[in-house]
Design a protein around this ligand. Structure first.
Ligand code: ATP
Ligand code: MG
Length: 425
């Protein structure tokens, strides 16, 4: 026998026992965005590499080392999408949704990053995100944060997540701060690790995000971003905080929260949990007022977030919130003999027609009654419909309640649906 081909490392199958849990989560996501008036947008998985270079940024981890980039047969450089925000802007602009309009959009789907796979970090993972366009004020920042908070509330896990917020100011304020930060860090270069030294020349703000305790200690005495913010950004941040207070949403201001993507300005935020180890950021986002114009559209304010669905599902599993599926069928049809089998298929089709929400499974592959009843049990069916020679001759079906021992009755073909729905409510 030849060796079976394995999946690519970091790209996982989601098997049936888990898809049921994913569907539970997805249903809540859809319901939540609908309740805030957001519309779904779907866009391709592959885009021109330039889209991500020009938005996420040339010197970010994502573009520098995590993208799946390849040459198309006609020589174009394409990339599997590593995130949705840039693609959403591209699609919304191309679809003429942005000019002089306001949009509340959401998306869900796979993203690809060549990272080191570990718990909560994969090479193919899924994001659920919302993006809103045409709203410049902190009321919209507060709205998307409130929407995210509602997701935790829907599962009763609010206490397991912490909201961190920060303001990055305008691009000018951030540039001014970057100069001050670099000047300070240059003086203490010997205390920086290799990664931070490299970032000093490429993406200095990301040093604030360093996990190295020595670097963090050094940053205690570094200039603060908040001291360099422009007046309007300060005002907006205060208003956002007031709105979160009013909505009863707790937060902490984390002055070192900068996010790893270049397009953010002003508000940035993350929801973090302590329950997943080091991959604790479940949802992250912020404002990106410059991106639409940067990608060739007309200047449009924008704010949004993306959630890692794997991390959310992991968190819910860890907290034991998701229900395991208990059965794969409600009704199982058991039949012996050719005529009975044909009639069973017909009855099953009628049932699916009259009660579409019932899960109706026909036994396939023959075998005696005992074997067939075992299958019904295995699938967790609540009702077995049994057809043998006698039933066919009398134009009847035996209806057996599998959850109540010994409860069974024989009904006419025409009464099967009502007999079944009387048992299954
Ligand atoms: P991290 O700091 O964990 O690397 P990030 O800043 O790269 O996250 P974003 O690009 O903002 O993350 O993506 C938003 C969310 O998507 C993250 O908060 C996380 O939940 C999820 N996510 C990002 N990368 C991965 C991955 N490789 N595997 C699984 N989920 C991921
Ligand atoms: Mg990352």
């Amino acid at each position: 026998m030849s060796k079976p081909i394995q999946a690519i490392r970091g790209m996982n199958d989601i098997l049936p026992s888990e898809t049921a849990q994913w569907q539970q989560v997805e249903a809540v996501l859809r319901q939540t965005v609908a309740s805030y008036g957001y519309s779904e947008i779907r866009f391709p998985i592959v885009e021109f590499t330039d889209l991500f270079k020009r938005s996420v940024g040339e010197v970010t981890d994502i573009v520098e080392k995590e993208m799946y980039t390849f040459e198309d047969r006609n020589g174009d450089s394409l990339s599997l999408r590593p995130e949705g925000t840039a693609v959403c802007v591209r699609a919304a602009n191309q679809g003429a949704l942005l000019y002089n309009q306001q949009q509340r959009l959401w998306y869900m789907g796979p993203m690809f990053r060549h990272e080191r796979p570990q718990k909560g970090r994969y090479r193919q993972f899924h994001q659920f995100g919302v993006e809103s366009y045409g709203f410049a004020g902190p009321d919209m920042d507060a709205e998307v944060i409130m929407l995210s908070a509602r997701l935790w509330e829907a599962f009763g896990i609010t206490e397991h997540l912490r909201l961190e917020i920060n303001s990055l100011g305008t691009n000018e304020a951030r540039a001014e701060y970057t100069v001050a930060l670099v000047a300070f860090l240059e003086q203490h270069k010997d205390k920086l690790d290799e990664d931070s030294q490299r970032r000093l020349g490429t993406n200095p703000l990301r040093i604030l995000d360093s996990k190295n305790p020595d670097v963090q200690a050094l940053l205690e005495s570094a200039p603060k971003l908040s001291e360099h913010l422009d007046e309007e950004s300060v005002q907006m941040f205060e208003e956002l905080k007031a709105r979160l207070d009013a909505a009863g949403i707790k937060y902490v201001v984390n002055e070192r929260l900068v996010r790893g993507l270049d397009y953010y300005n002003r508000t940035v935020f993350e929801w973090v949990t302590e329950s997943l180890g080091s991959q604790g950021t479940v949802l992250a986002g912020g404002r990106y007022d410059g991106l639409v114009e940067q990608l060739g559209g007309k200047a449009t304010p924008a704010v949004g977030f993306a959630m890692g669905i794997e991390r959310f599902v992991l968190l819910l599993q860890t907290l034991d919130i998701l229900k395991e599926p208990t059965s794969d069928a409600d009704v199982y049809l058991v039949a012996a003999g050719k005529a009975a089998e044909l009639k069973a298929v017909e009855i099953a089709e009628q049932l699916r027609h009259s009660a579409p929400s019932l899960r109706v499974v026909n036994h396939c592959g023959g075998g005696n009654f005992k074997k067939q009843m075992k299958r019904a049990d295995k699938l967790g069916a609540q009702v077995a419909l049994i057809l043998g020679e006698d039933e066919v001759n009398n134009q009847q079906v035996t209806v057996k309640n599998l959850k109540v021992h010994g409860e069974q009755q024989t009904v006419a073909w025409a009464d099967v649906a009502s007999a079944v729905t009387a048992i299954i409510d």
